[in-house]
Design a protein around this ligand. Structure first.
Ligand code: T46
Length: 144
């Protein structure tokens, strides 16, 4: 599995650093939504789902956390601990976020608006979805 991590260009001067992210330039898709999580409790793991269409870039803009990616065949753990690094998470990728430092702020740039019907929240369903190449039901099930 290829992990795509973007290293954003900081605009630094004697005052400090500034990072600007523009859609289709620094980010490979149009940005329709931004959300972020903070105050994540000790020992908490979030996520446990995949998306049918949504693509995202995850940036831990403060503190650190880890992201487990699983494409149904391979798993990788990616630490996020730099405010200038963005992890690309494609659609059809199971994700879990954990090991948040108490000061962690995980910002997410998303290619779509929030849509609960885009989520696959059951792991077996996700594996079936991968096996069937993105279809929710197999041809056999449709014929029955
Ligand atoms: C993802 C990972 C990285 C909204 O109302 N609007 C939103 O845009 C989002 C993202 C969430 N919500 C509501 C839905 C739930 O009641 O906020 C609550 C927490 O969402 P969820 O349990 O889905 O959070 P995570 O951390 O498990 O997952 C989130 C994103 O939902 C997901 O798309 O890829 O972060």
């Amino acid at each position: 599995m290829q992990v795509i991590k973007y290293v954003f260009q900081p605009h630094g001067d004697e005052r400090g650093q500034l990072i600007s992210l523009e859609e289709f330039k620094d980010i490979p898709f149009g940005i329709k939504r931004v959300y972020y999580m903070y105050n994540t409790g000790d020992g908490v793991t979030r996520g446990f789902h995949a998306h049918k269409s949504l693509q995202q870039i995850l940036v831990c803009i403060h503190g650190s956390c880890k992201i487990k990616l699983d494409n149904g065949k391979e798993k990788k753990v990616v630490p996020l601990e730099k405010p200038y690094e963005g992890l690309y998470v494609s659609n059809i990728m199971w994700r879990e976020m954990y090991d948040f430092s108490p000061d962690a702020v995980l910002m997410v740039l998303a290619s779509e608006l929030y849509d609960e019907s885009d989520y696959i929240r059951n792991y077996d369903e996700f594996l079936n979805y991968v096996k069937n190449g993105g279809a929710t039901t197999s041809a056999e099930e449709v014929i029955k």
